[in-house]
Design a protein around this ligand. Structure first.
Ligand SMILES: Cc1cc2nc3c(=O)[nH]c(=O)nc-3n(C[C@H](O)[C@H](O)[C@H](O)COP(=O)(O)OP(=O)(O)OC[C@H]3O[C@@H](n4cnc5c(N)ncnc54)[C@H](O)[C@@H]3O)c2cc1C
Length: 260
């Protein structure tokens, strides 16, 4: 089985800062790590390989230093890493990002399962996984919390919902976005770390992909970030105390004042 796991390198902080001029993330001086949700996607990809055989290819679109994330993924059990990197991809929104990743995935021989994290901790949109499956025209199941059954033709999974979970059966190839309830990621093994050190990462630029140049990067992005700002902290609320009758009367007076 050919399993692909998409991983993103993100700043190792929850204090994401935005450049007020370019409206993009400030990455300088911030340590980068594999997006926390992607660690669960990597673990699940390796578990599927252990169950069904085959190989796991980790793929990332990012700057040259994202190669480190791919090596880390190999240390965790992935077999190969593909870095998709080019200045032409700069400024991609989620649509252009998922298009670029889909083109890279199509360049790989075949694929049965594609795994992504539920969302990235910096961009936070949860759009890239569904975007990839849309571009590839394959089914997707989001918020997967358990892969119940899987073979090279089909899978039965549980997807988390607010009330509980759905059981979904799907033919393969299919894309799954995973939640952290799906597994407990393993630590890298010594053997894995040694393999990661010497692993050769495949590097593709825009010229290597069968992609429409007009659909890449900032120019290929249908959305524009016009302004990013931190909303002002809301003032503390006003507490009204008394009996139910007194409270409702005072509340009604206050609301009348707001309406006028
Ligand atoms: C309107 C808009 C405009 C933007 N403009 C810019 C811009 O001008 N410049 C800029 O630098 N950024 C920009 N971004 C951010 C950029 O689009 C996102 O960083 C990127 O598309 C990933 O989206 P996300 O972080 O929300 O990932 P999510 O959709 O939350 O990620 C879900 C999963 O998809 C996979 N994934 C996501 N990104 C990658 C990746 N790069 N490689 C491999 N797998 C991945 C991971 O498995 C991840 O867990 C913009 C975003 C938006 C919404």
């Amino acid at each position: 089985m050919n399993i692909i796991v998409c991983i993103k390198q993100v700043p190792n902080t929850t204090d994401v800062r935005i450049d007020p001029v370019t409206n993009t993330l400030i990455r300088d001086g911030v340590e980068s790590v594999i997006n926390p949700f992607d660690a669960y996607a990597i673990e699940e990809a390796v578990r599927i390989k252990e169950r069904c055989g085959g190989k796991v290819t980790a793929i990332t679109m990012g700057p040259p230093q994202a190669e480190n994330a791919l090596k880390e993924a190999i240390g965790l059990g992935c077999d190969e890493g593909v870095l998709v990197s080019d200045r032409k991809f700069a400024g991609s929104d989620t649509w252009a990002t998922s298009y670029t990743l889909a083109c890279a995935i199509e360049k790989l021989e075949t694929y049965d399962v594609i795994l992504t994290g539920k969302q990235a901790s910096d961009g936070d949109t949860a759009q890239v996984g569904p975007g990839i499956s849309t571009h590839l025209d394959i089914p997707q199941v989001t918020y997967v919390k358990k892969i119940v059954e899987i073979n090279d033709k089909a899978a039965k999974v549980e997807r988390m919902t607010e009330e509980g979970y759905d059981v979904v059966e799907t033919p393969l190839p299919c894309l799954f976005t995973v939640v952290k309830e799906i597994n407990t990621p393993r630590m890298p093994s010594l053997k894995g770390m040694m393999r990661a050190k010497s692993a050769k990462i495949t590097k593709w630029t825009a010229a290597d992909l069968d992609a429409d140049p007009a659909a890449l990067g900032l120019d290929g992005s249908p959305t524009r970030v016009v302004k990013i700002f931190t909303p002002e902290a809301r003032k503390g609320g006003e507490m009204i105390s008394g009996s139910a009758g007194e409270v409702s009367k005072e509340l009604a007076e206050l609301l009348k004042g707001e309406v006028v």
